[in-house]
Design a binder for this molecule. Structure first.
Ligand code: NCD
Length: 309
């Protein structure tokens, strides 16, 4: 099974991944068990094929592979350093890598749909979508869900406020879809009309009877929030000549409106939309969230290499 969309991450699969995540967290926490885990998949390898910049996604996957004893072959800037720069198609690149006895190819691409095109020609290797254009980022939604579960002990009946550049962000779309599998969740999308959540996702939520509303009033939205999920302006996905008017900054003042039990999440990188002054607030969970990326990705790789999913 290729991991291309959050739609594949059913509650049942999520449970399998989270159970394995629990095991991995425990094993990594102890030097001796961490050492024995590091030979678990000796002789197996994965490829990280990134056509777009990344810090957390690529490095957490590579660290996860390392923790499991999985070899990694990598091109950190495939657009420049792979044969894509000579004009090779994504299908040809994928077909070749598919013959290298790899357990998985972890792939990111700036164009929506390119990861699926690569998956369509891979017969031997699992393709993991590590973010495709404005489309999806399923492994980010895994770590986001893990973080929410860690805080609330549930993934249902949550009041979720998502804000920022929702139109061009993929993490918010994947997480909204994932949470739509659980009853009673309610979304408030905070943005300007230009950067609001896209119709495909709103229709998806409607189909699943999930309540949502759209607003540009972040302070009002914060008052009843349990999960606040903020994203940056996706500068690289919009025209350079446009000067976007998007200014939803979480600062100490906005935190005053937020209930005590709420958490603030962000997939990172942040570029001004969360004031570092709130990092020490107990409700700021974004760095803990990033750490979960290592754990869920290790669990996912372990399950894929064991052919359990
Ligand atoms: C996100 C992405 O690449 O979509 N980053 C990440 O994977 N943590 C969010 C972003 O780049 O804004």
């Amino acid at each position: 099974m290729h991991i291309l969309s959050t739609e594949q991450l059913t509650p049942e699969i999520l449970k399998t991944i989270f159970d394995r995540t629990d095991e991995i967290v425990e094993l990594l926490g102890n030097e001796e068990s961490a050492r024995s885990m590091a030979t678990r998949h000796a002789g197996q390898a994965v490829c990280t094929l990134f056509y777009e910049s990344s810090t957390r996604t690529r490095l957490s996957f590579e660290r996860a592979a390392d923790a499991l004893g999985v070899g990694v072959i990598s091109t950190e800037n495939a657009a420049e350093f792979s044969s894509a720069s000579k004009g090779e198609t994504i299908e040809d690149t994928a077909r070749v890598l598919d013959q290298y006895h790899l357990g998985a190819i972890i792939m990111r691409h700036p164009v929506t749909g390119m990861v699926s095109r690569a998956a369509a020609v891979c017969e031997n290797t699992t393709i993991i979508n590590a973010g495709d254009g404005k489309g999806e980022h399923p492994t980010q939604s895994l770590l986001d869900a893990r973080t929410i579960y860690q805080r609330f002990g549930r993934l249902d009946n949550l009041k979720v406020v998502m804000g920022g550049d929702l139109a061009n962000g993929r993490t918010v779309k994947s997480l909204a879809k994932l949470l739509a599998n659980y009853d009673g969740n309610e979304f408030v999308f905070v943005s300007t009309p230009e950067f609001q959540m896209t119709k495909d996702i709103l229709d998806y939520l409607k189909d699943k009877n999930i309540k949502y509303s759209l607003t540009d009033d972040m302070h009002e939205a914060f008052k009843k929030a349990e999960v606040v999920y903020w994203v940056r302006l996706q500068r690289e996905r919009i025209s350079k000549i446009v000067k976007p008017d998007l200014n939803f900054v979480i600062d100490q003042e906005s935190m005053l409106a937020l209930p005590e039990e709420a958490i603030v999440m962000h997939p990172l990188p942040r570029v001004g939309e969360i004031d570092p002054a709130i990092d020490s607030d107990e409700r700021a969970w974004y760095f803990r969230q990033a750490q979960n990326g290592l754990y869920v990705r290790a669990a996912l790789l372990d399950l894929i290499l064991d052919k359990e999913i």
